[in-house]
Design a protein around this ligand. Sequence first.
Ligand code: SAM
Ligand code: SF4
Length: 330
Amino acid sequence: MSLPIVDTFGRKHTYLRISLTDKCNLRCTYCMPKEDMQFMPSKWLMQADEIKALAEIFVGMGVDKIRLTGGEPLIRKDVGQIVSDLGKLPTSLTLTTNAVFIDQFIGNLRDAGVNSLNVSLDTLREDRFIAVTKRDHFTKTLHNIRLLLAEGFVVKINMVVMKGINEDEVNDFVRMTLEQPNLHVRFIEFMPFKGNQWDMSKIVSYNDLLSEINNEFDFQQLTGELQDTAHRFQVTGGAGTFGIIGTVTHPFCSGCNRIRLTADGKLKNCLFDTSEVDLLTPLRAGQDVRTLIYAHFHKKHFAHGGHADFTEKHAKSDYEQNRNMIAIGG
Ligand code: SAM
Ligand code: SF4
């Protein structure tokens, strides 16, 4: 067992998010830029055995939770193999997905010990789904969410709330949690990334979300852990929960335990930090990558990758230097 990955603020990093691809079967406007999206050539991507090798190294450094993400992780042809390999590690394994291909992989996921998934769904209206994702997979997505629930999986729905797009559906999403103990909804503040037309005025803030929900429901805040991204709540008498991920207006950096590995094997110590360290090339050359990992986390900033507050004027030039979300892995 190697030493844990601890930064200069004493934060221990135990949660690894691995992006399997920067490609996707949807085109969500807030995630993938409309223009200038250049996908990685497949030879740049970590192969299944390389993902396994890197995951084992991180587990040896204290990682106890792995999330597969992307792009859309389930569009990778070898995702069944990857899930099966990582399912054998002594960690919890989970996935963030748009659920379009869930019906094809539900057996693999169960066999690998996955029992909880995050699923993106930003609207309960078909026309809006098509407008946001640019693809006609609404019925399939809802069918697969129901399938996951029927098969006993815990489903956390991620809804990115955007002004003038879907903010009027927040309470419809809260209502979904009333009867279903395995269903949790998380409202995410729209975050700025390269090419996603972000603007502070498009955010529905943490406080605005709470007051909108308060117009219709009585609810209580639930106790959480320091590393939780979402502040969680439950409607009085409700079965499931809802949460708010207020990255922009309510940052949760003080408890950050996250490590990100992009599909091309670059290590990121924060979603918003533009600096990256290549782990794949040295791994392929047979070198020990652990010193690179420790050094990169030693440089981790306290909040938002060291960039200016998003509300400041110069923030835009900061996040436009970063990758777009689909190429980082959400
Ligand atoms: N394709 C999978 C999915 O959609 O769940 C996994 C990848 S996606 C990049 C991961 C998460 O990032 C999704 O829940 C998505 O809603 C979120 N996301 C993407 N762009 C975002 C943005 N600009 N602001 C907030 N959340 C965003
Ligand atoms: Fe694809 Fe997920 Fe990004 Fe939507 S949010 S474009 S489903 S990667």
